[in-house]
Ligand binder design. Structure first.
Ligand code: DP6
Length: 314
């Protein structure tokens, strides 16, 4: 049995739009911070025969952690791709488990595909004696889901030429995701990548993202929290703007998302300080706090955040 766990990651500069769908080649660089408290564990159990199978989770585990039929097919397809790359004939029974809700816009494809690729690397090592480096695993994983290649590093800059550069983030950063609703998302990120190309605002997107990446790196180095906040805010609204101006347009925002975003704006306005904020292809709001901001965090709770469930790295 081959078991591996991998974390999700949150993009601070977003991967949105591809120049090649088959290879998951992004149109511009993206930058992520890895979320070690949100993980997927994949188990590959060798079995007789040629066909890989998917086993549902134990009944005791909640249904929101189950992958959809489409998700399962995509997963098994990636396993076949991996096996073909290394002429590995072994069939497997696959089980996958997230410690957070699947397909709700919490980057479960990143952690799932990274964990599957890691579990496969273990099987390859055991069965054929072949070792894969971290960079090789990340590159293979990218083929299953683009953003998963960033989950192999604690922070990662992914460039359109395929380069993956590890990035160090401050040790005192903490992540909180505010869960705004329980619904599974109706537009997958696979579809979103295609649709955004139809937005009139996509023109200029590549330059805007690359410029923001430069700004972000300089602000990170200068520890300029206020400017980091402005950059991240502009970046996720840029992505949301693409969604809202695509043909046909779509949205991940829910009333709760706006409520939480307003609370955060209120905190910044009152205290001239607050968390960094970003959103992904989902309704949830991601907050990044520094360790020394505990009092501000309590203030945000009293502004209404206490009414929402959260998942946090604290
Ligand atoms: C909005 O990696 O899910 O989360 O390569 O088609 O699997 P595929 O897309 P995916 O895209 C993630 C998009 C995003 C932003 C990001 O993580 O950079």
């Amino acid at each position: 049995m081959f078991v591996a766990t991998a974390p999700a990651n949150i993009a601070l500069i977003k991967y949105m739009g591809k120049s090649c769908d088959r290879e998951n080649i992004p149109t511009h660089s993206s930058l992520s911070w890895t979320l070690n408290h949100l993980t997927t564990t994949v188990q590959l159990k060798p079995k007789a025969g040629d066909e890989d199978t998917w086993s549902p989770l134990e009944k005791s585990q909640s249904s929101h952690q189950q992958l959809s039929q489409f998700g399962q097919q995509r997963f098994l397809k990636h396993l076949i791709y991996l096996k073909n790359q290394f002429q590995l004939g072994q069939a497997f029974d696959v089980q996958s488990h997230n410690n957070f809700p699947s397909e709700s816009g919490l980057a479960s494809s990143a952690s799932s595909f990274a964990a599957l690729t890691k579990a496969f690397a273990k099987a390859l090592q055991e069965i054929k004696g072949e070792d894969l480096s971290l960079q090789q695993c990340a590159k293979l994983s990218r083929k299953g889901s683009g953003s998963s290649c960033r989950s192999f590093f604690s922070g990662c800059l992914w460039k359109p030429d395929g380069q993956l550069c590890p990035i160090d983030f401050p040790k005192d950063w903490r992540h909180v995701v505010v869960l705004v609703c329980k619904d599974k998302k109706t537009i997958s990120s696979l579809q979103a990548h295609k649709r955004v190309l139809t937005s009139p605002l996509y023109k200029g997107r590549v330059n805007r993202a690359e410029k923001r990446l430069q700004d972000f790196m300089a602000q990170l180095k200068a520890e300029d929290w206020g400017r980091l906040h402005q950059t991240l805010k502009a970046e996720f609204w840029d992505m949301m703007g693409l969604f809202h101006t695509s043909f046909p347009s779509f949205s991940y925002l829910k009333p709760g998302s706006i409520e939480v975003l307003n609370m955060v704006d209120q905190l910044w306005a009152d205290a001239k300080e607050g968390p960094l904020v970003t959103m992904d292809a989902g309704p949830h709001v991601h907050l990044i706090w520094r360790d020394d901001q505990m009092a501000l965090m309590s203030k945000l709770k009293s502004l209404g955040l206490e009414n929402f469930p959260t998942l946090s790295s604290f």
